[in-house]
Design a protein around this ligand. Structure first.
Ligand SMILES: [Zn+2]
Length: 552
């Protein structure tokens, strides 16, 4: 059985791309979700079962936006086994398209506009080949959602093929704070109670791409890479430029931190023979406004940190260690500089007063509680709650900095220090080892699906163990234990006031995940494009076979 789905998935992809749904932009994500909802409601099956398709608004969100989902209940048997398909409908922005902005949503006319730009030989060749569809979200990942829509339509017409159930959830806000999937988890839990669904697998269709120009493979990924954002608040000691040794510049400490963290291959995390890329800086800045001849008082930096096997506790431990090293190196550096300056100036050298002072956020709160009593904790929690109420759209990282600054006000010791914390949402690593029955079944089902489709796909289809980009799959399962997550929360200034990670809810769903995803090039770039044959035909067929196999 091979689905003739190319034309319909192509049509749906083009329609979805034509609805701008840039993350956070008013109306966009909702418009896209509504299009999907209406597509389902136009099908006979959902006319008869309207309660099985829904448009749902995200919870605890500062933007009004929606996700859409539908489910088909198989009639082949009485099994409650249920497969979840997920795919995000939001996209990144289109400012990079410049004056061609509107063409970002017009796959038919975008290529001719791109040809007017200096886009390079490879893109020109891909346009000439006619094998690609261009447009914002074409690759990441409206074509994946389109494939799932097709499959819901197909199974709504053939529920007799399923001994079990199939849900397709098209969620908003993947590119930012994952409100779409987090609200979805609650919905999956509700359906578990209402319909008795027993979740056995989750199939995502997020994008994949080659590892280099010569790479002809297509990739399917079990599990997912994890991501954390170790962040460093650095308070120095300000000084006038004329008294250069009178202060300690936070920018110097931050620079040393970046040198120690960025592209440090000792911080690559390896599991199952696959290795993460090392950390890279995503921010390094001080808080000084405007120009003065005084050095900065404080600054911060944060680094992307991917994981395959490391827990948040491990990541915090190595980040703290790097902070200690950076602080020590800078103290040695400024003292050596001062010694040479004293020699040149013929004055006696006395070591500078700086002492290394590094805390994790958890340690800093414990320290302040010891000094100031339990009122400190009560105050800081209320402060964070109020800050979120007053400025709900405040960037999560800056929110954390504001909370730390408030804590500093309770500290009578104003000497230079580093506070290490987690500044962003937690994307859990998911490592599939085949140790549970569900994992074994999914691994086998996908392998059979790949074997079946491979003969019609000219490119080798490879299976890897960690999806290497961040995706909403991270919310469908968790490989770390509960105590580890609690420990992570203690190092998040936004924990339970602005950022909520419901580990119990994730555990409630907890399914093995696989990414049978779109393939193309240049995700998040102007030349974003999806390979049509593979994505509109081979991907839905592999997903179809995996579902059939799982719900046989
Ligand atoms: Zn994506």
């Amino acid at each position: 059985m091979y689905l003739d789905c190319y034309e319909e998935v192509r049509r749906l992809t083009k329609e979805l791309v034509s609805i701008p749904s840039i993350v956070r932009e008013p109306q966009g994500e909702t418009n896209c979700a509504r299009y999907i909802y209406e597509y389902y409601m136009g099908l006979d099956y959902f006319q008869r079962h309207p309660e099985q398709a829904r448009l749902i608004q995200t919870e605890n969100d500062f933007v009004e936006r929606h996700s859409a989902y539908a489910y088909v209940k198989g009639t082949k048997g009485t099994s409650s086994r249920t497969v979840i398909l997920i795919g995000h409908i939001d996209t990144v922005g289109v400012d990079d398209y410049g004056v061609f902005r509107d063409f970002a949503f017009d796959p038919d006319h975008l290529p001719e506009k791109l040809l007017e730009l200096d886009i390079g030989e490879e893109v020109r060749a891909d346009i000439a080949s006619g094998e690609y569809m261009f447009g914002r979200g074409a690759l990441d990942m409206k074509s994946g959602v389109a494939g799932h829509m097709y499959l819901i339509k197909y199974f709504s017409e053939h529920p007799e093929e399923l001994d079990g159930n199939l849900i397709a959830y098209a969620e908003c806000d993947e590119e930012d704070n994952s409100h779409g999937i987090l609200t979805g988890l609650k919905e999956f839990k509700r359906l578990k109670e209402k319909e008795g669904f027993d979740y056995i697998a989750c199939i995502n269709a997020d994008y994949s791409t080659g590892y280099n120009l010569a790479d002809i493979n297509r990739y399917i990924y079990f599990g997912s890479i994890g991501k954390l954002l170790p962040s460093f608040y650095v308070r120095g000691k300000e000084t006038h430029v004329g008294q250069a040794y009178g202060g300690l510049d936070p920018n110097l400490i931050l620079s040393e931190l970046t040198r120690l963290m960025e592209l440090n291959t000792d911080l690559c995390d390896e599991a199952q023979g696959e290795v993460t890329v090392p950390p890279i800086s995503l921010k390094q800045a001080d808080f000084k406004e405007g120009y003065t001849v005084q050095t900065a008082l404080a600054g911060y930096a944060y680094y992307n940190f991917f994981t395959h096997s490391m827990s948040p506790v491990d990541v915090m431990a190595v980040s703290r260690q790097k902070a200690v090293e950076a602080f020590g190196n800078v103290i040695r550096h400024v003292n050596a500089s001062y010694r040479r300056y004293c020699e040149k100036s013929h004055v006696d050298y006395e070591p500078l007063p700086w002492k290394s002072r590094v805390y994790t956020w958890e340690e800093y709160c414990d320290y302040l509680e010891r000094r100031r009593g339990p009122e400190f904790r009560e105050h800081i929690f209320r402060f964070a709650q109020q800050l979120n109420a007053d400025e709900p759209a405040l960037d999560l990282r800056l929110f954390s900095v504001r909370v730390i600054e408030e804590a500093c006000r309770w500290d009578e010791d104003k000497s230079p220090m580093i506070v290490v914390f987690f500044g962003s949402i937690f994307s859990a690593r998911i490592e599939m080892t085949g140790k549970t029955e569900k994992e074994k079944e999914l691994l086998a089902a996908v392998e059979r699906a790949v074997q079946t489709v491979q003969p019609v796909c000219v490119n080798p289809i490879q299976i890897r163990m960690f999806y290497p980009y961040i995706s909403d799959s991270s919310f469908m399962a968790i490989s770390d234990d509960v105590s580890t997550i609690a420990a992570m929360g203690k190092n998040m200034p936004s924990w339970k006031t602005k950022y909520f990670y419901d580990v119990d809810l994730v555990r409630e769903i907890n399914v093995p995940v696989v990414n049978i995803g779109t393939f193309g090039k240049d995700g998040h770039k102007v030349t974003e494009r999806v390979h049509m044959k593979y994505t509109f035909e081979h991907v839905p067929n592999m997903t179809y076979l995996t579902i059939r196999d799982s719900l046989a």
